[in-house]
Design a binder for this molecule. Structure first.
Ligand SMILES: Cc1ncc(COP(=O)(O)O)c(C=O)c1O
Length: 403
């Protein structure tokens, strides 16, 4: 079926067309090599954490240039282990962004500490270092910046603040593979960095995550705590008791990756640069195709960073359209374009309102951004035609709803 296209994206659009098939918000890219590797794992008889997980960890550490990489069952598990590694006491505080997924702050609560939100910068949606500095108290133990949508936070300033106040830095890099701050990969800056391989992320293992760190003591602790707090080396010390022997050093978690997941990860990682090049190309197409629309704020791309382009978050500028964000999302859906919203800020969520008494005005930039934000589809499995369909649909909806 041939479709009439309205590209190039001139303000005077050509004939209005709706793509016949729905464009999902995301689809993972899985080749036969991933399928064969998973089948090989199933046939090998070793299903849980084993040789493929170790290979994936080594390859991942080499890819980001980190000293250690510890594979886990999800980024949520990884964030929990990272916060756990800091030995926080009740009443300790961890400063993070409200413009994130619930896991970022939930793990701080699971560790018995208090998440303290600091508002984001209006243009980048990443945590504002000045707001972080303002919220430091004698109980502050760590900063947990979120590289929102794959855009690195202002790491020079955040690392300087952490240094000055002797705070740990845990990067939530769920979106940030591969991303760079200057010439350094995200994964090598903070004390601990956590990546996600959830089905919708830049590379996927179905579910999964990775923690990177330069610190030997953290790496050893993460490896023990991800597997019940059981020492891997106990059987060596008590070799006469055989390989069945183990010692529980602390009440750990069950957060290990499995070789079934790692089988996927080994091949996905090899494609990470190729995937990223496509994401960057599609992001550039969106930028060009939507540049002249005053009604829409495009994502920031500051100098000196490599954006991982996990998400392409556009924002409807207030007062420019006759419809709000929710109606815009619906209008795109009616045109067969899947979208999502990242994120509903945590201070607007019932739990955080109830537990901490937050109001929308407490973090006004996050609140304002959320009201206009929607994420356009952005993934390597899309074609350039798909990207142009999205651009055409956005342009058409803007034209029909201008004030
Ligand atoms: C910013 C952020 N942090 C953490 C997570 C948790 O990742 P996972 O699903 O791998 O636990 C997500 C997931 O969407 C996320 O977007």
């Amino acid at each position: 079926m041939t479709r009439q296209r309205s590209s190039p994206h001139s303000p005077v659009a050509a004939a209005d067309t709706v793509r016949p098939d729905p464009l999902p918000f995301h689809r993972p890219w899985i080749d036969e090599e991933e399928i064969a590797e998973v089948a090989d794992t199933l046939r090998s008889g070793w299903l849980t954490m084993g040789p493929k997980t170790l290979r994936f960890e080594e390859a991942f550490a080499a890819y980001v240039g980190a000293r250690h990489a510890v594979a886990v069952s999800s980024a949520t598990a990884g964030l929990h282990l990272a916060v756990d590694a800091l030995d926080l006491a009740p009443g300790d505080e961890v400063i993070t962004s409200p413009y994130t997924f619930t896991a970022t702050a939930a793990v701080v609560l699971h560790a018995g500490a208090r998440p303290v939100f600091a508002d984001v910068l209006a243009d980048t949606l990443t945590i504002d270092p000045a707001e972080v500095a303002r919220r430091i108290t004698p109980r502050t133990r760590a900063i947990l910046p979120v590289h929102m949508a794959g855009l690195p936070c202002a790491m020079d300033e955040l690392l300087a603040i952490a240094d000055r106040h002797r705070l740990a830095v845990i990067d939530d890099a769920a979106h940030a593979l591969p991303a760079r701050w200057g010439d350094r990969m995200i994964g090598t800056l903070g004390d601990l960095t956590v990546f996600s391989f959830y089905a919708g992320k830049n590379i996927t293992t179905g579910e999964g995550g990775m923690i990177t760190t330069a610190r030997e003591d953290f790496a050893a602790r993460l490896r023990t705590r991800r597997l019940h707090g059981i020492s891997r080396d106990a059987w060596k010390r008590y070799s006469t008791q055989g390989s069945w022997y183990y010692e529980v050093e602390s009440p750990g978690f069950k957060y290990n990756m499995t070789d079934i997941n790692a089988a996927l990860g080994l091949h996905q990682l090899r494609k990470a640069d190729r995937f990223h090049a496509l994401r960057a190309r599609y992001a550039a197409l969106y930028r060009t195709g939507l540049a002249d629309l005053d009604e829409i704020q495009l994502p920031a791309e500051p100098e000196g960073v490599q954006h991982a382009w996990h998400l392409f978050v556009i924002r409807l500028r207030p007062g420019r359209l006759r419809i709000d964000r929710d109606a815009f999302v619906e209008a795109l859906r009616a045109r067969n374009i899947g979208t999502s919203v990242h994120f509903i800020p945590l201070h607007l969520q019932p739990y955080y309102r109830r537990a901490f008494g937050y109001t929308p005005d407490d973090f006004p930039r996050a609140t304002a951004a959320y009201r206009g934000a929607l994420s356009l589809p952005l993934y390597p499995r899309m074609s350039e035609d798909d990207v142009h369909d999205v651009i055409d649909a956005v342009r058409r909806i803007v034209q029909e709803n201008r004030r």
